[in-house]
Design a protein. Sequence first.
Length: 224
Amino acid sequence: MMRGVFSMKRVKKIFFLLLLLLSCNINLFAQDTISKKDTSSIKKHSNVVVKKDTIDLKKTIVINNKIFKVYSNWITAGGGQGYNSALPKPQFIAGLDYNFHIQQYYFQMGLLISGDAFGSYNNNQFHVCYGKRNENAVFNLAYFIGPSYSVIYSDYGYSSTSAFGIYGEAQLIHKLSYDTGIGADIFANANTTETIVGLRIIIYFSGAYQGQKNKLAEKEPTIY
């Protein structure tokens, strides 16, 4: 029991430190929303007013002669360990999330399952969240929050209860290439029946790749 309590405190401490990191370093990964070409154009036409938050949803970048979209969707999946307030011991946690954007706004739809061991689950959770994303050639940082719905099984699956709650998640990915990577996420789900906090190791796949750069193209994409 004491080991489980200590581990729970350690996970909460990691969760707090990651949230602090997000709040202090959000500008580190932020991307410019107005290209240098747009800025030079503004100087030539002083009567043209462009808002600082202008978003180019078709913006692309070139890395190693490959073209990638800046605004793209991605999938994360992985497993780890979590702690459930209704149980005295840690549980195995697995999850799958589809992270997508509508215009410049990011959303997440996902599934989280937990249980005493891999393949033996007593909790299924679904969530739909709104979030923020900050990305560069090396890192993808994202965080989401939104409503969740949990189905909790007891008595070896013969009875169940359900509950609505709130789910929050923070992802930090180190990219192996611009559209693939590996990292971790810290998450928490709270409802009237239980609170689950955990840490997962996840893999990252995005739909950013658009093909090889055309050397004869008149308009070259922005080079990162």
